[in-house]
Design a protein around this ligand. Structure first.
Ligand SMILES: Cc1cc2nc3c(=O)[nH]c(=O)nc-3n(C[C@H](O)[C@H](O)[C@H](O)COP(=O)(O)OP(=O)(O)OC[C@H]3O[C@@H](n4cnc5c(N)ncnc54)[C@H](O)[C@@H]3O)c2cc1C
Ligand code: FES
Length: 359
């Protein structure tokens, strides 16, 4: 018998989160993952569906001490669950936002948030090696959860490194997933055995010997890596040594201190100008090349400067420019009125003259 009922699985546009106009999320759940990591689940206050790709992040801007503070957090939940996103946050010693979230964000509270953003996306075909250190597990966890939800055949080697067995994230959930996903193999690698001296597996740091032993076909895999800067530097170097082509090695940095060294100018090449950059409060003066961002040089030389995205998005590094001029290419992390008031973002600014910065 014919019916008049039109069935559609596509939501109406008004039911979907619009990254251009929607800018608040409401917390609907908080739970502990480890002694210093919590997961926060957030939804649109209007119940809109949030579309994103595994590997992307949101920018949260809680008001703390009457100041807006932008920090990025990767989504750890599966993109196939669109009614709410989960972010998983580690407390950072002395850190403003991570500790504020742990101590204050409760179900029912709203938060200024924008996203999703980011290009750390999984190539859609092939075998994977997912390498994560500490809280860097979050974007790759979203990828594994997505693969689990899709229930398609996979070939994933998932290595998660942490400080100690007590710091390893999502251990139980990953073990449950590996029981039903035949192509998912796991290796948890604590650096030290504090808290669990009878840990049955390997411990230590990732090395060429370890990776060539546990993933002998590493050169044929897509590598997806996220973790602290030294962990990623080691993963990058080992992958190259073991024959992974650069285009199959993808990484996400949570740490703006990941700095590329500029090559020295070769003969015949114009010498790039350098400028004196003074950090007034810390009484430090650096030589910064016109090709380098102020943040990259400051981090390298041990100047203390808060930062998060390193891409001019979050505003974490916003600083007052007392004198001088910069070439700033930001992505919305600073407002025109702040620029007019003399502020700039060192992560996406190159010097055009000597600078004095109020830091
Ligand atoms: C794309 C992206 C995704 C991310 N995803 C995650 C995630 O999934 N989970 C997660 O836990 N984190 C994630 N992060 C990191 C996160 O954005 C924050 O950087 C982190 O939570 C620390 O923020 P905070 O405000 O607590 O620390 P901050 O206040 O920014 O401080 C960081 C460090 O700098 C020091 N410091 C702060 N201010 C100063 C100053 N003026 N002078 C000297 N030192 C100072 C602090 O003591 C602390 O050690 C991500 C970052 C990026 C860029
Ligand atoms: S670190 Fe995000 S804007 Fe500079």
């Amino acid at each position: 018998m014919a019916t008049d009922i039109a069935v559609t699985s596509e939501p109406r546009t008004s039911d979907c989160w619009d990254p251009e106009t929607d800018n608040r999320l409401v917390c609907i759940d908080v739970h502990d993952e480890t002694h210093d990591v919590k997961s926060f689940t957030l939804a649109s206050p209007q119940g809109k569906r949030i579309s994103f790709e595994a590997g992307q992040y949101f920018l949260f801007e809680p008001e703390i001490d009457a100041e807006e503070n932008g920090r990025c957090y990767s989504i750890s939940s599966s993109p196939l669950r669109t009614n709410a996103i989960t972010v998983t946050v580690k407390r950072v010693a002395g850190g403003k936002v991570s500790n504020w979230l742990h101590d204050n964000l409760k179900p029912g509270m709203e938060l200024p948030a924008s996203g999703p953003m980011g290009k750390f996306n999984r190539p859609k075909a092939g075998k994977y090696l997912m390498l994560s250190g500490g809280s860097g597990i979050t974007p790759v966890m979203a990828m594994v959860r997505e693969l689990a939800d899709k229930a398609e055949p996979v070939d994933v080697f998932f290595l998660h490194a942490g400080r100690s067995p007590l710091d390893l994230l999502f251990r139980e959930e990953l073990s449950v997933l590996a029981r039903r996903m035949k192509g998912l193999r796991l290796l948890f690698l604590p650096e030290v055995l504090t808290g669990d001296p009878s840990w049955p597996g390997l411990n230590g740091r990732i090395s060429k010997a370890l990776l060539s032993l546990v993933v002998p076909d590493i050169a044929a895999r897509n590598i997806l890596c996220c973790g602290p800067a030294p962990f990623m530097a080691a993963a990058r170097a080992i992958s190259a040594e073991l024959g992974v082509p650069p285009e199959r090695y993808l990484e996400e940095s949570f740490d703006a201190a990941v700095i590329e060294d500029l090559p020295a100018p070769s003969e015949g090449q114009a010498v790039v100008a350098t400028y004196k950059v003074q950090f007034a409060k810390q009484q430090k003066v650096l030589e910064v090349s016109a090709e380098q961002t102020v943040l990259a040089c400051a981090k390298k030389m041990g100047v203390r400067l808060p930062s998060s995205c390193a891409n001019g998005i979050c505003g974490t590094c916003k600083s007052k420019l007392v004198s001088g001029a910069v070439d700033m290419k930001h992505e919305g992390g600073i407002r025109q009125r702040e620029i007019d008031a003399g502020f700039f973002l060192p992560c996406c600014s190159r010097p055009l003259s000597d600078l004095v910065i109020d830091r």
